[in-house]
Write a protein that binds this ligand. Sequence first.
Ligand code: AQP
Length: 344
Amino acid sequence: MTDQPTYTGPDRVFSGIQPTGNLHLGNYLGALKKFTDLQEAGWDGLYCVVDLHAITMPQDPALLADQTRQIAAAMMACGLDPDTSVIFAQSSVQAHTELAWIFNCVARMGWLEKMTQFKDKGGDNSERVSVGLFDYPVLQAADILAYKATHVPVGEDQKQHLELSRNIAARFNQQFDAPGFFPEPEPLIKGPGARIMSLKDGTKKMSKSDPAENSRINLIDDADTIARKIKKAKTDTLGDMPVTMEDMAARPEVENLVGIYAALSSQTSAQVLNQYGGKGFGTFKPALADLAVAHLSPITEQMRHLLDDPAEIDLALRKGAEKADAIASPIMAEVRRTVGFWQV
Ligand code: AQP
């Protein structure tokens, strides 16, 4: 947005996942796997269960805390170590809501009106959806910038929201004459797992809220369920697997399955086609099912094990909240000073 001085603070990763239902392969490949890769590469990271975002759509209060534990368990089961990375629930750190309010007064209505996720989820009936759903991307900017995070691993669907976070950071710095105060956070999106599509419709993203259970592979699905869902995954009537990337371009469902194979095996889609191009789906689908099961079943098992002891998850979340608060508190003190609020 501007050519302001570059932020010079430390590199820091932030990302969040909503406790809104069963995590699926898209959440895993688009987000969770990237989190653990970044942790392994030595990045400082905060990984948040974004329960404040979850309530932008109706949630059952009797289930929300357990859903939060489940996401924390999934993060840990995928390999995030609560002693190395910060794992916590959004609502337990006050900085998120306070900074969101300040950013509400920085962001412009027109910016939010362009957000396609609100249009998708809100549909045509803006009378019926919450103000929170409209304001969701502003809270997301606050989540990231309360920690001055510089990098945000997310799936492709979050690209537009990240652009808004960058605009809010730049606008705050300019409006309050604080050049370089907030970083303009970089999305980390690349890779074949960035946009996993529904197994029933290759033009629609795999999503927790899709009513068709066979449209997604859940992290808690057992081996038989995974194999059955992949066997039933939609392909097309064009025959065998495509041989070249060009052949595959107009075959979204096949492209999706090949992308999933590529992401799970750390290859490119072209490499997968080198191996399976021209073969029948009767060969490719079982191979994909085996790969998915080999990859996901240790995670599922570890998640179940962790969920047997919710006290341990609660302890990790409590410690994570303390660590997150310790990072955000001095930043929020600077924000209040910069905005001009009275302070003791
Ligand atoms: N299909 C996907 N492919 C790749 N990445 C994805 N993500 C979500 N779906 C895909 C990434 O997962 C992270 C957590 O997402 P979220 O739970 O906060 O919310 P979401 O994007 O709204 O996920 P869903 O499954 O689509 O939930 P519902 O149905 O409730 O809206 C994010 O980094 C997201 O990019």
